[in-house]
Design a binder for this molecule. Sequence first.
Ligand code: ARG
Ligand code: ZN
Ligand code: CA
Length: 245
Amino acid sequence: SRSVITIPVVVHVVYNTTAQNISDAQILSQIQVLNEDFRRTNSDADNKWAQAADTEIEFCLATVDPNGNATSGITRTYTSVSSFSTNDAMKYSSQGGKDAWPTDQYLNMWVCNISGGILGYAQFPGSGDFATDGVVMGYKYFGTVGQATAPFDGGRTATHEVGHWLNLRHIWGDGACGQDDFVGDTPESDAANYGCATGHSSCGSADMVENYMDYSDDACMNLFTAGQKARMQALFAPGGFRESL
Ligand code: ARG
Ligand code: ZN
Ligand code: CA
Protein backbone atom coordinates (compact mmCIF):
# COMPACT_ATOMS: atom_id res chain seq x y z
CA SER A 1 0.00 0.00 0.00
CA ARG A 2 1.00 3.61 -0.47
CA SER A 3 1.91 5.78 2.49
CA VAL A 4 1.12 9.36 1.55
CA ILE A 5 -1.50 9.70 -1.18
CA THR A 6 -1.56 12.81 -3.37
CA ILE A 7 -4.84 13.52 -5.15
CA PRO A 8 -4.81 15.64 -8.32
CA VAL A 9 -7.53 18.28 -8.12
CA VAL A 10 -9.27 20.25 -10.86
CA VAL A 11 -11.28 23.28 -9.76
CA HIS A 12 -14.05 24.23 -12.18
CA VAL A 13 -15.11 27.83 -11.56
CA VAL A 14 -18.62 28.25 -13.06
CA TYR A 15 -19.56 31.91 -12.79
CA ASN A 16 -22.38 34.26 -13.72
CA THR A 17 -21.06 37.39 -11.98
CA THR A 18 -17.57 38.78 -11.57
CA ALA A 19 -17.66 37.98 -7.85
CA GLN A 20 -18.41 34.34 -8.60
CA ASN A 21 -15.31 34.18 -10.82
CA ILE A 22 -13.11 33.73 -7.75
CA SER A 23 -9.39 34.48 -7.87
CA ASP A 24 -6.55 32.01 -8.22
CA ALA A 25 -5.47 33.18 -4.75
CA GLN A 26 -8.81 32.11 -3.26
CA ILE A 27 -8.46 28.69 -4.92
CA LEU A 28 -4.89 28.27 -3.70
CA SER A 29 -5.97 29.19 -0.16
CA GLN A 30 -8.44 26.29 -0.26
CA ILE A 31 -5.86 23.78 -1.47
CA GLN A 32 -3.60 24.91 1.37
CA VAL A 33 -6.36 24.37 3.97
CA LEU A 34 -7.10 20.90 2.58
CA ASN A 35 -3.45 19.95 2.90
CA GLU A 36 -3.14 21.36 6.41
CA ASP A 37 -6.34 19.73 7.64
CA PHE A 38 -5.75 16.29 6.12
CA ARG A 39 -2.08 16.23 7.23
CA ARG A 40 -2.94 17.71 10.63
CA THR A 41 -0.56 20.62 10.17
CA ASN A 42 -3.45 23.03 10.79
CA SER A 43 -2.39 25.72 13.27
CA ASP A 44 -5.48 25.10 15.45
CA ALA A 45 -4.69 21.39 16.01
CA ASP A 46 -4.68 20.65 19.74
CA ASN A 47 -4.37 17.67 22.09
CA LYS A 48 -7.99 17.50 23.23
CA TRP A 49 -8.76 14.25 21.41
CA ALA A 50 -6.01 11.60 21.51
CA GLN A 51 -7.46 9.85 18.44
CA ALA A 52 -6.78 12.88 16.19
CA ALA A 53 -4.78 11.76 13.14
CA ASP A 54 -2.71 12.80 10.16
CA THR A 55 -4.70 11.11 7.36
CA GLU A 56 -1.66 10.98 5.05
CA ILE A 57 -3.72 12.34 2.17
CA GLU A 58 -2.59 15.42 0.21
CA PHE A 59 -4.01 17.50 -2.62
CA CYS A 60 -2.39 19.30 -5.54
CA LEU A 61 -3.88 21.24 -8.42
CA ALA A 62 -3.55 19.09 -11.54
CA THR A 63 -0.58 19.89 -13.77
CA VAL A 64 -1.65 17.74 -16.73
CA ASP A 65 -5.10 17.96 -18.34
CA PRO A 66 -7.07 15.01 -19.79
CA ASN A 67 -5.40 15.61 -23.20
CA GLY A 68 -1.92 15.46 -21.72
CA ASN A 69 -1.34 19.20 -21.92
CA ALA A 70 -0.02 21.45 -19.16
CA THR A 71 -2.74 23.03 -17.00
CA SER A 72 -3.15 25.25 -13.97
CA GLY A 73 -5.71 22.78 -12.63
CA ILE A 74 -8.35 25.52 -12.85
CA THR A 75 -11.06 25.89 -15.50
CA ARG A 76 -13.25 28.99 -15.81
CA THR A 77 -16.66 28.84 -17.49
CA TYR A 78 -19.15 31.69 -17.85
CA THR A 79 -22.75 30.58 -17.30
CA SER A 80 -26.10 32.28 -17.82
CA VAL A 81 -27.38 30.33 -14.79
CA SER A 82 -27.57 32.80 -11.89
CA SER A 83 -27.85 30.14 -9.20
CA PHE A 84 -27.61 26.36 -9.10
CA SER A 85 -29.40 23.80 -6.94
CA THR A 86 -28.19 20.37 -5.85
CA ASN A 87 -29.36 18.71 -9.09
CA ASP A 88 -25.81 18.61 -10.51
CA ALA A 89 -26.45 20.96 -13.47
CA MET A 90 -23.09 22.66 -12.77
CA LYS A 91 -21.45 19.35 -13.74
CA TYR A 92 -22.71 19.41 -17.34
CA SER A 93 -21.66 21.81 -20.09
CA SER A 94 -25.08 21.17 -21.68
CA GLN A 95 -26.80 22.54 -18.56
CA GLY A 96 -24.78 25.71 -18.06
CA GLY A 97 -21.99 24.04 -16.14
CA LYS A 98 -18.72 22.30 -17.00
CA ASP A 99 -18.23 18.61 -17.74
CA ALA A 100 -16.08 16.66 -15.28
CA TRP A 101 -12.55 15.66 -16.08
CA PRO A 102 -12.23 11.84 -15.81
CA THR A 103 -13.34 11.16 -12.27
CA ASP A 104 -11.05 8.16 -11.87
CA GLN A 105 -8.05 10.44 -12.37
CA TYR A 106 -9.02 13.74 -10.73
CA LEU A 107 -10.96 15.09 -7.79
CA ASN A 108 -13.36 17.45 -9.57
CA MET A 109 -14.41 20.46 -7.48
CA TRP A 110 -17.05 22.76 -8.95
CA VAL A 111 -17.26 26.25 -7.42
CA CYS A 112 -20.45 28.16 -8.22
CA ASN A 113 -23.41 30.02 -6.77
CA ILE A 114 -25.65 27.51 -4.97
CA SER A 115 -29.10 28.57 -3.84
CA GLY A 116 -30.85 27.72 -0.60
CA GLY A 117 -28.06 28.47 1.87
CA ILE A 118 -26.19 25.30 0.92
CA LEU A 119 -22.47 25.61 1.61
CA GLY A 120 -21.50 22.63 -0.50
CA TYR A 121 -22.29 19.00 -1.26
CA ALA A 122 -20.47 15.86 -2.30
CA GLN A 123 -21.06 12.48 -3.91
CA PHE A 124 -20.12 9.42 -1.85
CA PRO A 125 -17.77 6.96 -3.57
CA GLY A 126 -19.73 4.60 -5.78
CA SER A 127 -23.10 6.17 -5.01
CA GLY A 128 -23.83 7.95 -8.29
CA ASP A 129 -22.78 8.41 -11.90
CA PHE A 130 -19.10 8.67 -12.68
CA ALA A 131 -19.88 11.93 -14.51
CA THR A 132 -21.06 13.59 -11.29
CA ASP A 133 -18.40 12.22 -8.94
CA GLY A 134 -16.84 15.11 -7.02
CA VAL A 135 -17.51 18.03 -4.73
CA VAL A 136 -19.58 21.19 -5.29
CA MET A 137 -18.79 24.32 -3.32
CA GLY A 138 -20.49 27.67 -2.91
CA TYR A 139 -18.08 30.42 -3.96
CA LYS A 140 -18.53 32.21 -0.61
CA TYR A 141 -17.48 29.14 1.37
CA PHE A 142 -14.33 28.21 -0.53
CA GLY A 143 -10.87 29.07 0.78
CA THR A 144 -9.98 31.82 3.22
CA VAL A 145 -9.61 34.99 1.12
CA GLY A 146 -11.51 36.87 -1.58
CA GLN A 147 -15.23 36.03 -1.45
CA ALA A 148 -14.91 33.71 1.58
CA THR A 149 -17.53 34.71 4.17
CA ALA A 150 -17.57 34.22 7.95
CA PRO A 151 -18.21 31.98 9.85
CA PHE A 152 -17.41 29.64 6.95
CA ASP A 153 -14.25 31.39 5.78
CA GLY A 154 -11.80 28.84 7.16
CA GLY A 155 -11.94 26.49 4.19
CA ARG A 156 -13.51 23.76 6.33
CA THR A 157 -16.58 23.26 4.14
CA ALA A 158 -14.33 21.73 1.49
CA THR A 159 -12.52 19.69 4.15
CA HIS A 160 -15.96 18.35 5.21
CA GLU A 161 -17.13 17.71 1.63
CA VAL A 162 -13.91 15.96 0.64
CA GLY A 163 -14.43 13.86 3.78
CA HIS A 164 -17.78 12.75 2.30
CA TRP A 165 -16.14 12.17 -1.11
CA LEU A 166 -13.74 9.88 0.78
CA ASN A 167 -16.63 7.93 2.33
CA LEU A 168 -17.00 9.68 5.70
CA ARG A 169 -20.49 10.05 7.17
CA HIS A 170 -21.57 12.85 9.48
CA ILE A 171 -20.26 12.24 12.96
CA TRP A 172 -23.78 11.76 14.40
CA GLY A 173 -24.52 9.11 11.75
CA ASP A 174 -27.47 11.21 10.53
CA GLY A 175 -29.60 9.69 13.24
CA ALA A 176 -30.28 9.17 16.94
CA CYS A 177 -27.94 7.52 19.47
CA GLY A 178 -27.13 4.04 18.16
CA GLN A 179 -27.02 5.14 14.53
CA ASP A 180 -23.42 4.71 13.47
CA ASP A 181 -21.01 6.70 11.34
CA PHE A 182 -19.12 3.39 10.83
CA VAL A 183 -16.10 4.81 12.65
CA GLY A 184 -15.19 3.27 16.02
CA ASP A 185 -13.24 6.12 17.58
CA THR A 186 -15.77 8.92 17.03
CA PRO A 187 -18.13 9.17 20.02
CA GLU A 188 -21.83 8.57 19.40
CA SER A 189 -23.94 11.68 19.01
CA ASP A 190 -27.63 12.22 18.39
CA ALA A 191 -27.60 15.31 16.16
CA ALA A 192 -25.50 17.93 14.42
CA ASN A 193 -23.82 20.62 16.50
CA TYR A 194 -23.75 24.20 15.20
CA GLY A 195 -21.65 27.21 16.14
CA CYS A 196 -19.15 25.93 18.68
CA ALA A 197 -20.94 23.75 21.23
CA THR A 198 -17.78 22.66 23.03
CA GLY A 199 -18.63 20.40 25.97
CA HIS A 200 -22.07 19.45 24.65
CA SER A 201 -22.89 15.84 25.48
CA SER A 202 -25.27 13.33 23.97
CA CYS A 203 -25.52 9.54 24.08
CA GLY A 204 -23.73 9.54 27.45
CA SER A 205 -20.49 11.25 26.44
CA ALA A 206 -19.06 14.48 25.07
CA ASP A 207 -19.71 15.09 21.40
CA MET A 208 -16.65 15.57 19.19
CA VAL A 209 -17.82 18.98 17.99
CA GLU A 210 -14.29 19.71 16.75
CA ASN A 211 -14.54 16.98 14.12
CA TYR A 212 -14.63 18.16 10.49
CA MET A 213 -17.68 15.92 9.95
CA ASP A 214 -19.87 17.77 12.48
CA TYR A 215 -21.67 21.02 11.51
CA SER A 216 -19.68 23.36 13.77
CA ASP A 217 -18.41 26.70 12.47
CA ASP A 218 -15.07 26.56 10.67
CA ALA A 219 -13.14 28.06 13.59
CA CYS A 220 -14.41 25.29 15.90
CA MET A 221 -13.34 22.31 13.77
CA ASN A 222 -9.83 20.90 13.78
CA LEU A 223 -9.62 17.12 13.42
CA PHE A 224 -10.20 13.84 11.68
CA THR A 225 -9.65 10.68 13.77
CA ALA A 226 -7.51 7.58 13.21
CA GLY A 227 -10.71 5.64 12.51
CA GLN A 228 -11.78 8.14 9.89
CA LYS A 229 -8.30 7.96 8.37
CA ALA A 230 -8.60 4.16 8.08
CA ARG A 231 -12.01 4.48 6.40
CA MET A 232 -10.63 6.99 3.87
CA GLN A 233 -7.37 5.12 3.26
CA ALA A 234 -9.30 1.91 2.54
CA LEU A 235 -10.52 3.50 -0.70
CA PHE A 236 -6.95 3.57 -2.02
CA ALA A 237 -6.09 -0.03 -1.16
CA PRO A 238 -6.10 -2.66 -3.94
CA GLY A 239 -9.69 -2.96 -5.16
CA GLY A 240 -10.74 0.22 -3.36
CA PHE A 241 -13.04 2.64 -5.16
CA ARG A 242 -10.42 5.38 -5.47
CA GLU A 243 -7.40 3.13 -6.10
CA SER A 244 -6.92 4.67 -9.58
CA LEU A 245 -6.08 8.06 -8.09
N1 ARG B 1 -23.92 21.29 5.26
C1 ARG B 1 -22.83 20.81 4.47
C2 ARG B 1 -22.86 19.28 4.34
O1 ARG B 1 -23.50 18.57 5.08
C3 ARG B 1 -21.48 21.35 4.92
C4 ARG B 1 -21.28 21.79 6.32
C5 ARG B 1 -19.89 22.37 6.50
N2 ARG B 1 -19.66 22.99 7.77
C6 ARG B 1 -18.74 23.96 7.99
N3 ARG B 1 -18.53 24.42 9.18
N4 ARG B 1 -18.00 24.44 7.05
O2 ARG B 1 -22.22 18.68 3.49
ZN1 ZN C 1 -22.00 16.88 5.25
CA1 CA D 1 -18.62 6.47 15.83
